[in-house]
Design a protein around this ligand. Structure first.
Ligand code: S3P
Length: 441
């Protein structure tokens, strides 16, 4: 089977109700926390993408049993640090930065060294952001240039720390929260705002964790060495996957979509705030609270006109995985859009800021960059007619999705390589696109 697709037609008008894949961040966290709970946890609607399957494989390697019965994953935890780790254990996080960073937080007490490896993309990503605070806790970590492979050996003499997390990375914050579970006393993490699913899940599990919300950061206090019971969790839809269908609908002709049961935690909905400021009219309906998380259906209709935006960097963390697709809307807006302080985009599965600029230039859009800020010159009449080929993007799933949505909304004849990258986060992406009428070969 070739690992590319061809798109040569724009999508026709549609009116659909869809489900997208389950939330990746919550799927990974629910599996990792179930591995630390006392008893059998049951998780339904777990995202079955490579990142999450690698999380399941990881806990299994660390001695935690799980089974899948019907649609339910049953995970048998033995409490905090209830792993049974063999000598020379190697865990492979594949493409997942979240798994790689979070699992290190759970390995702070291992008796034997555990080696962490991953794929080509993960091997280029920075781990100093977690190595540094873990070392402060007393953990022994060996790595070359703060890259994987990393060898971690735990200690029985962990000491609580107060740490300032200044990047706004939920992966760093969560790694430390998980490490704090095993650390005696109170660990304090003053964390620049980022997605807070770990904190919410632990609160729902009645774990002694306190979050004080300050203006620009959260003060998180974790009281270590408390057990929590097994739980049931039904994973909601992922706004980062919904994002591509939101923009597909906005930029298509006379179309409507309802995306059901999406996690709309405020730390994730930057895309909705930004696009609504640009003139979209995205609505959240059937709002509910589930285990402390906000869930809603997302209603979107096509729009003919968009305004340029001067996007506040305060929104960066809540839209960090969505900027690629937000940029596509900026290409059609009237005026020059400005996005600032986006250096973190270059720390993702690929150097996304660099690649986004390359991509926009490829489709004829004027872009200017100054350090980590970019200006996108919009053109409401932008249409594509040429042939485009997408390759060499480190198999970054989100760049694949962006290319598909561009082809379906702006036109042109597209050959898009690395189709298999969709398995990282959204395995049924192409199937859903076809169901709403996209012609894909
Ligand atoms: C994630 C956090 C974000 C995000 C990633 C998932 C998480 O990364 O980009 O896709 O689940 O914690 P950072 O925390 O490094 O910004």
């Amino acid at each position: 089977m070739p690992d590319h697709i061809l798109i040569t037609n724009q999508i026709k008008s549609f009116n659909k109700k869809i489900n997208v894949s389950s939330d990746k961040s919550i799927s990974i966290r629910s599996v990792l926390l179930a591995s630390q709970a006392v008893g059998i946890s049951k998780i339904t609607n777990l995202l079955e993408s490579e990142d999450v399957l690698n999380t399941l494989k990881t806990i299994k390697k660390l001695g935690i049993k799980y089974t899948k019965i019907g649609k339910t994953y049953k995970i048998e935890g033995f409490g905090l640090n209830g792993f049974n780790i063999k000598k020379k254990t190697i865990i492979d996080a594949g493409n997942s930065g979240t798994l790689a960073r979070l699992i290190l937080g759970l390995l702070v007490k291992t008796k034997f060294p555990v080696k962490l490896i991953g794929d080509k993309s993960l091997s280029k990503r920075d781990f100093s952001r977690v190595i540094k605070p873990l070392k402060l806790l007393g953990v022994n970590i060996k790595s070359k240039k703060d890259l994987i492979p990393i060898e971690i050996t735990g200690t029985d003499f962990l000491r609580p720390i107060t740490y300032y997390e200044k990047i706004g990375s939920a992966q760093v914050k969560s790694c430390l929260i998980l490490a704090a579970l095993n650390t005696p006393g109170k660990t304090i993490i003053n964390s620049k705002k980022s997605r807070d699913h770990t904190e919410i899940m632990l609160k729902y599990l009645k774990y002694p964790i306190k979050v004080q919300r300050k203006k620009s950061y959260d003060k998180i206090s974790v009281q270590g060495l408390n057990q929590f019971k097994s739980f049931n969790y039904d994973v909601p839809g992922d706004i980062s996957s919904a994002a591509f269908f939101i923009v597909l609908t906005l930029l298509s002709n006379k179309s409507k979509i309802i995306i059901k049961n999406i996690n709309v935690n405020k730390s994730r909905t930057g895309i909705i705030t930004i696009l609504n400021k640009m003139g979209a009219n995205i609505k959240l309906r059937n709002r509910q609270i589930y285990n402390g998380e906000k869930i809603a259906n997302i209603h979107v209709e096509s729009k003919k006109k968009f305004k340029a935006i001067n996007c506040s960097p305060n929104l960066n963390s809540s839209a960090i995985d969505e900027f690629l697709i937000i940029f596509l809307v900026a290409t059609k807006a009237k005026g020059i859009s400005i996005f600032k302080e986006l250096g973190e985009m270059n720390k993702k599965e690929s150097k996304r800021l660099n690649l986004a600029i390359k991509f926009l230039k490829k489709i004829g859009v004027k872009v200017e960059r100054f350090k980590d800020d970019i200006k996108i010159y919009g053109n409401p009449n932008l249409k594509l007619y040429k042939n485009y080929e997408m390759k060499n993007f480190l198999k970054d799933h989100r760049i694949f999705f962006l290319s598909c949505i561009t082809a379906l909304t702006l036109g042109g004849k597209w050959k898009i390589n690395d189709k298999d990258s969709i398995n990282t986060s959204f395995p049924n992406f192409l199937k859903i696109l076809k169901n709403i009428g996209a012609k894909i070969n």
